[in-house]
Design a binder for this molecule. Structure first.
Ligand SMILES: Cc1ncc(COP(=O)(O)O)c(C=O)c1O
Length: 394
């Protein structure tokens, strides 16, 4: 086995225990209707990179470009804004699907909600989305970030209106700090990961991500044979996998989850396959900051254990190469600005297709010149200094 790549695969039987109803196309349509009511809403592009696909030995590559999302350069705001909308609608005795942006920002609602404080922990993008959403609705927000977070990401969260700070803890301990602060002070925890006794808000967040999946589904020129999804806590990957499994049913593409080697909790959980979650603790050094999470979201694993086929942990250099290749793709393919986590799945596949030492993995994934592969560029250059350094190759 190559030291830079690890793979675990799951063989599924026909029997499914987990319902995908919460992520089906009707739910996704309603979630998108809610998001469409935001003035910042604009469908993000699906970039087709046929020349790059040919160069890598694939039939086609489709990249859903979340760099364009809400001016925030990442998909995460879809989750935070939908969860907060749910909380505010419920508080007003309504269903979120009966309300919209204009109603939520009305003077009456703002007056009712001005003392609410939402709190969260984040590697960057989720916190920015929560801060932005809370500000839109006239509420307060507190955001904690793990040790080592980029100064630019902190600044962006502060600029979105939050009281934000970098802690001395890793991501998972920062989540525990936010949870404790919420419990002690009556703040509302809007966390994008589920754990014992805390599943409802993470589910809303995951449903929020269905807008991205639905847009991609409608934009695809052809059915993909493969979908590669990067995982931190796995909420994004699970929501997207659930949506596509629910729309394609027996025709579901091969779904592969990718993570950094240093934060390979899904790989470990899939490899052990013993019904338990397997975590990583301590410092998780990786350039893929958005994926530096050591504890899987419990409800995400439930979905992925039944609807994902392969779990790969891989090295940072492949993500960096992915950023460079997306910035300068082959032929006249449209360049995409992709941050470390955004480019990760694409970079992982680009190396699998071109490194002969990974032939066994390529075969196991059934990747070849017939494959049409869907990726999600989940963030743009959210740490500009690092982006420029990596893309310029130093
Ligand atoms: C850019 C980016 N991509 C992917 C992810 C992974 O999402 P999740 O934590 O839901 O697995 C994150 C998480 O913060 C992220 O910021």
């Amino acid at each position: 086995m190559n030291k830079n790549f690890r793979i675990a695969s799951i063989t599924h039987n026909a029997e499914k225990k987990i319902s995908l109803q919460d992520y089906c196309i009707d739910v996704a349509n309603n979630v998108r209707k809610y998001h469409k009511s935001f003035p910042a809403y604009c469908e993000t592009s699906l970039v087709v990179m046929t020349n790059t696909a040919t160069a890598l030995g694939l039939a086609d590559i489709y990249i859903k470009n979340e760099d364009e999302r809400f001016g925030l350069h990442a998909f995460k705001v879809l989750g935070g804004s939908f969860a907060i909308g749910n909380i505010l609608a419920r508080k007003a005795g309504m269903n979120v699907f009966e309300t919209d942006y204009n109603q939520l920002i009305s003077a009456e609602m703002r007056a009712d909600n001005k003392n609410l404080t939402f709190i969260t922990a984040t590697d960057g993008n989720h916190g920015r989305g929560v801060a932005w959403s809370a500000t839109q609705f006239g509420c307060k927000s507190i955001v904690y970030m793990p040790k080592g977070s980029a100064a630019e990401r902190l600044e962006n969260i502060k600029n979105a209106g939050a009281d934000a700070s970098i802690t001395d803890y890793n991501y998972d301990d920062t989540v525990r700090l936010a949870t404790q602060q919420a419990n002690e002070n009556g703040y509302i925890l809007v966390q994008d990961t589920a754990f014992d006794g805390y599943t409802e808000i993470p589910k809303f967040i995951m449903q929020g991500y269905c807008t991205m999946a639905l847009e991609a589904y409608e934009q695809l020129p052809d059915n993909p044979t493969h979908i590669f999804l990067q995982a931190g806590v796995g909420s994004m990957a699970a929501a997207v996998a659930a949506f596509f499994a629910s729309v394609y049913k027996e025709e579901r593409p091969i779904i592969t989850i990718v993570e950094p080697l240093s934060a390979d909790c899904f790989y470990r959980t899939a490899a052990a396959c013993d019904g338990k979650l397997h975590c990583v603790d301590g410092e998780m050094n990786t350039i893929m900051a958005g994926l530096a999470c050591g504890e899987p979201c419990s409800i995400a694993w439930d979905i992925l254990s039944e609807n994902a086929d392969h779990f790969i942990a891989f090295h940072d250099e492949a993500a960096a190469n992915g950023m460079r290749l997306l910035a300068k793709p082959f032929g006249d393919d449209t360049p995409v600005v992709a941050g470390e986590s955004g480019a990760s799945a694409f970079g992982c596949v680009a190396e699998i297709m071109t490194n002969p030492q990974l032939a066994e993995i390529k075969g196991r994934l059934q990747l070849n010149n017939q494959s049409k592969v869907l990726f999600f560029n989940t963030e743009g250059a959210t740490d500009t200094e690092n982006y420029i350094r990596i893309v310029n190759g130093y």
